[in-house]
Design a protein around this ligand. Sequence first.
Ligand code: BES
Ligand code: MN
Ligand code: ZN
Length: 495
Amino acid sequence: MKFVSKKESITSLSTPCLVLPVFSQGKQAYLTEIFDKANNKQIAAVLKQGDATGKAGNTLLLQMPTGSKTKRVLLVGVGEQGKTTADDFNKAVSASINALKNLPIKAICSALLSVDVIAKDGEWKVHHIVLKSREALYQYTETLTTSAPDASVLEKCQLLTISDYSAKEIENTAATVSSIANGIDSTKKLADLPGNICTPTYLANTAMALGKKHRSLKVTVLDEDEMEKLGMGSLLSVSRGSREPAKLITMEYNGGPKSQKPIVIVGKGLTFDAGGISIKPSSAMDEMKYDMCGGASVFGVMQVCAELDLPINVVGVVPSSENLPDGDANKPGDIVTSMAGLTIEILNTDAEGRLILCDALTYSAKFKPDVVVDIATLTGACVIALGKHATGLLSNNDELANELLDAGIKAGDKAWQLPLWDEYKPQLKSNFADLANIGGPAGGTITAACFLSRFTEDYKWAHLDIAGTAWRSGAEKGATGRPVHMLSQFILDRC
Ligand code: BES
Ligand code: MN
Ligand code: ZN
């Protein structure tokens, strides 16, 4: 959907549908009032009747008389006048798109910018109209033959201008957020694909295709032989139990000056995690197709950088493998040697994410990074600690941690910091190797990060555990596209 600004009197709009905010109490928004005066106070009557409630997210579609230039009006509730919260506004945007997306309507005109939202400005409103609309329009179609999407989807949304945010500002913000939404959609599409389609080779091919589409992206894929030569014994030990060959995907975007050190983002691309010999229980195991969401988010962010032509250097690295039980799979007690030279005792083959990430993190040093951020569905413990609302954040640098936390707040894609204290590190002691790959049940998210921290001592690094935030379970099962927005905001803030 394309978002444009529209500077015109609300009473003379030629549009298939006008989206008009209504309050549950108090005087109506000024655009709604003006429109209603010119239309026999019909809206006031409908509100009085109680058909539209004005409650945040409540919608009512009105057909206008034959011959009207405005064919339909969608009344959408935004809560009590003067008390519209950010959440009310978001609900109203989502509900209005949901109410219209299956109708034969290609374009709409929205008056939602005329609503005052507590503590939010015009930029925030445009940002969230685009974001929430795009979220409501997202549809997974890849492997569906029966419920193919309606051909006539919404294509265009005009935003009626307001006095304190210019038409130009509206369009600039809408363009930036549209690109972020494109990145989020690509991440979700990739993540929602099943493990038998989205293999490490599929991800590698997707990266090559992205590189073809955007000339500014330089894509390289290392195969197992090349990784062997680099000494990536930890990563390769995980893929040995699978028939699908592992891939190490690199996407380099150089929009900044040559002398500028890049941001490196490293995403766990485990295309299916059965646990290996330490096999997982069967319940909800299908969701382990989402164990590549960190990798998928790297794809999304690289796409955002390329689409927006950002003046900055960013490198995306995605180590990709399956984790399956097999005669050649890692066994508990096996010891492998990482690219960094550290030996690792694999006490649980299900703690495989850190095994593929550690070699990718060592490899990342070759880009002489300013900072490295890894993104991974790393621990079930993170879901227990933070639930599905906050991404876990751990870092060896507080300044970097704060930058990411701030970006998360701005983007509404929040993280919460956990400690990475030395006190936790002895939990990874092994009698037979330099470190063990698990640290016991206590503080599982922290000890996982402690493991990674052994491989990131040479640069500023942050780790995002997205096990709770990357996808939803149950009836709403599907990828969320997090933390593409947080990372895009983090990069934009650095531009
Ligand atoms: N991919 C999982 C983490 C995960 C579990 C994400 C559940 C989302 C939901 C990871 O590879 C894993 O299996 N971690 C183990 C580590 C444990 C063996 C120390 C876990 O969390 O159980
Ligand atoms: Mn696992
Ligand atoms: Zn995993």
